[in-house]
Design a binder for this molecule. Sequence first.
Ligand SMILES: Cc1ncc(COP(=O)(O)O)c(C=O)c1O
Length: 391
Amino acid sequence: MGSKFDFSSLSSRVNQLPETNIVEVAKYGWGRQGLIPLWFGEGDVPTPSFISDACHDAMIQGDTFYTDQNGITELREELLKYNKRTFNVDLNQERITVTNSGMMAISIVMQALLNPGDEVVVIGPVWPNIYSAISINRGIATHASISLEDNAWNLNLRDVFAAVSPKTKAIFLNSPGNPTGWIMPEEDQKELLKFCREKNIWIVSDEVYHSLVFDRSVANSILSFAAEQDKVISVNSFSKSWLMTGWRLGWIAHPIGMAETFAKLIQISTSGVPTFIQKAGITALAKGDEVVSDLRKRCKVGRDIVFDYLEQWPRVQCMRPNGAFYAFFSVDGMEDSLEFCKKLIDRCNVGLAPGSAFGPGGEGFLRLCFASTPDKLSEAMQALGKEIGRR
Ligand SMILES: Cc1ncc(COP(=O)(O)O)c(C=O)c1O
């Protein structure tokens, strides 16, 4: 009945936000009988009940009021302990802000850092929301690419340095990386930090996959080398490590003095993370080590199932990653990954994410999330094999 909605009356920044290609594929395939969805970045195991119970208990006990903008003391204390035992870094409460998810953390970090026209060098291919978080805050993303050479993902730091201009405010890195699984070596983290100190540039380090590593106990954090005054911000999340994607709980480790800035930004957005969710976070940190190690084992099994197929397929170039839970592989002859993903839905009934969603350097690739059961992954790979398993 009504006339078409007048989008032109909205902010041009909002109108320019792209719908990600991942969503477009998911919309295309949604609801198809028997489809195996491996397009999003999450597994299919719900949050363990001991974590949910902690939330429920807190609600029943009346933890239902407005809360501290930077997070309740008990959770921030638990996060200090976690950071110490995981990364061997000594933070203090003034350097931790609890957020409604890793995504919200990235949003408020960009709000805090960017003036119109400021540039952020994004090391990619990377999760598309990073670009949107920059552009909605009137920033401009520039790029440095990790590339797949001789079956290994590599970043040449010189490319990062070359992408820096007088307008560069920050460098964004995500290690272990979505979608590539690339892990930035420690020496490169140190060199990057040295460079950023000299140039007075921020480092925003997205470490939400820090625990999802297969060849070591944890991914190296840039926090390990940063002093409390350094312009280094680490973004983290409960989503991936503790099977809590739907809870929307994350945290930021930031320089001393920034807590008040984030408190202001949180005040005018969510006004804080519900206390009962934070209580679940405390339980996850204090009692959830086994959840993390089980997930890691499960993902390693999933990774090996997927790569045992991919590595046999002559059209495919890939690297068995040691971090995160994605296979990001190129397919020879594929020109348009979005259309190709739709074709794979029609012909194989498997949902993948198109590489074009992940910014420059992504086209030509497909992403598959292997945080799934062995049966489902084997079924998916057999189906995909019929389409991309041979020349
Ligand atoms: C690289 C990266 N950063 C941040 C996030 C945000 O995670 P969440 O908002 O669920 O904490 C994701 C989620 O997929 C991600 O892949």
